[in-house]
Design a protein around this ligand. Structure first.
Ligand SMILES: Cc1cc2nc3c(=O)[nH]c(=O)nc-3n(C[C@H](O)[C@H](O)[C@H](O)COP(=O)(O)OP(=O)(O)OC[C@H]3O[C@@H](n4cnc5c(N)ncnc54)[C@H](O)[C@@H]3O)c2cc1C
Length: 276
């Protein structure tokens, strides 16, 4: 039986994204939460592994107390246990400290795990760093952006799309994978699943002291990342009007935009050769 851990982040509903302009973080307590889309696919991957090879799934999340909602959702869909990491001192953690904290919780709660499954990225911060950093913290191999999985003798065979190539990878377990939203279409919750999840008392809540972590090791205090500014990007178009003889206009076009045209064509237009 494979011991699986699925890391799930609760993200705010896309329609409600209030920012704290002072700290540059989301005011998540003001927005309704939902399971991050890629985490839904990660959970589905775990559920299929469990069905195919047998397994036990621990769903783990770090966030404010309301993040327990995504654990109930995971239990409804078929996870066996939920672990909520919550503490005011954990707030404001960047990806490095998030990975550090989750790694310590995994070592404490599921030290004998076979596979950690994360989403490839989140819908709110979208750094895609937590999966690989968590593997680094746990000192295990990592394969990111996975789209199919098979397991044989504690060895995973996986595929992923990389540029125009379909790569096949193998990894010995224990290991960590991150899952994209292209495959592993999430299943719907059933009424019987809901009933089981809410009768089930399988959510363990841990704070910093439970993990043996001091305030200096966690949260914003320990996080080296600083958000300097948050803004919405805008796309602008500009018209250039060129007049005169065609030869002169072409020379001007290549002088002004030669680099951009060349990189779009993957050619060095100065030498008329491929840049690589
Ligand atoms: C009290 C408290 C308040 C918090 N407030 C915020 C906040 O306002 N804004 C914010 O963005 N984050 C908040 N966090 C969570 C944490 O800081 C972020 O999860 C972290 O920075 C992740 O970055 P990312 O979204 O770029 O993840 P990515 O690297 O894009 O995530 C990739 C994958 O890593 C896993 N993962 C990422 N984060 C978590 C998590 N927290 N728990 C479990 N798995 C995870 C998921 O599988 C996810 O699909 C809070 C945490 C606590 C304890």
């Amino acid at each position: 039986m494979l011991k699986l851990i699925v890391c799930i982040k609760q993200v705010p509903m896309v329609s409600e994204l209030p920012w704290d302009s002072r700290t540059g973080t989301l005011k998540r307590e003001m927005a309704e939460g939902m399971m991050n889309p890629a985490c839904k696919h990660a959970l589905e991957a775990a559920l299929r592994i469990k069905r195919e090879y047998g397994g036990h799934i621990t769903a783990m999340t770090m966030g404010p107390p309301m993040a327990a909602e995504v654990l109930y959702e995971a239990l409804t869909l078929g996870a066996d246990r939920g672990v909520l990491l919550t503490d005011k001192q954990m707030a404001g953690a960047d990806t490095m400290i998030t990975s550090f904290t989750i790694a310590r919780a995994i070592e404490k709660e599921c030290p004998e795990f076979d596979l950690v499954i994360c989403g490839s990225q989140t819908a709110d911060s979208e750094t895609a760093q937590v999966g690989p950093q968590l593997a680094e913290e746990l000192n295990i191999p990592c394969a990111a952006y996975i789209e199919s999985l098979e397991c044989k003798d504690k060895c995973l065979r996986m595929t992923r799309l990389s540029d125009d190539f379909l790569e096949t990878l193998e990894m010995d377990l224990p290991g960590l994978v991150t899952i994209t939203t292209r495959q592993f279409r999430p299943r719907y919750a059933t009424l019987s699943g809901l009933e089981e999840a809410f009768q089930f008392s399988g959510i363990t809540t841990l704070n910093a002291a439970d993990l043996g972590l001091s305030p200096e090791q966690i949260g914003m205090k320990a996080s080296p990342t600083r958000i300097l500014d948050v803004f919405s990007s805008t796309a602008e178009k500009k018209n250039h009007v060129m007049t005169g003889a065609v030869k002169k206009i072409l020379e001007e076009v290549f002088e002004k935009f030669g680099d951009k045209i060349g990189s779009a064509m993957e050619k060095d237009l100065k030498t008329h050769e491929h840049s690589d």
